[in-house]
Design a protein around this ligand. Sequence first.
Ligand SMILES: *Cc1c(COP(=O)(O)O)cnc(C)c1O
Length: 238
Amino acid sequence: MMEKSFIKQTLSDNLNLIFDNMHRACAMSGRSADDVRLLAVTKTVDADRINAAIDLGIRQIGENRVQEFLGKRDALNLVDVQTHLIGHLQTNKVRQIVGNVQMIQSVDSVRVAQAIDRCSKELGIVTPVLVEVNIGGEEAKSGISPDGLEDLLCRMSAFDGIHVCGLMTVPPILHLESEKRKIFSKMYQLFVDMRDKNIDNIDMKELSMGMSDDYVEAILEGSTMIRVGSALFGQRQY
Ligand SMILES: *Cc1c(COP(=O)(O)O)cnc(C)c1O
């Protein structure tokens, strides 16, 4: 009992701090507070703590791994909660996740997009997705390169089992505020460029960027959805 209320108090304090920072960043950049949504990243977090966060008002959660999410899902109180897959998705896992989350944020190839399209049509649904961009051009990271983005979007526009709602990125780890803002600003520019192309069946409404160490900078540069894990739940225990 004591343990539970302690967890809830800590979560509540963390959440208040994050909301304060979000509101301040929105105010600083002349944006409305409801332009930006908070997605709680729940990888490695147990169901009790996720439910405590949901009790406190979290309405979007994001998981990295298909297996981990499906394993926890039945223990979660997901009424009115939207679930997102944010980790790299392999083609052979697509069938297990389509229909089980509200959005897949990590599409970075025609192959995966096509697999999602096919499964969605079988289920008679349209799956909302974001295209993940490797904005820093890092070798080991997933995501399409900025140069390949337009071509990928054009090919995806033919798939009517998916609805592209915008872009997602995990930038390189940077330490200076100015560097963080620069990379997010580059991402925002790419987002605007793609929006201006008005590609059929492709919406550019959501820009998912910003994590525990850089969500303020991401909001200042135009993020519409921040994905926060450790600043909410504490350091992850792997
Ligand atoms: C883990 C993860 C996050 C959250 O990271 P924190 O630094 O703990 O906030 C956000 N996005 C993705 C894709 C992640 O894998």
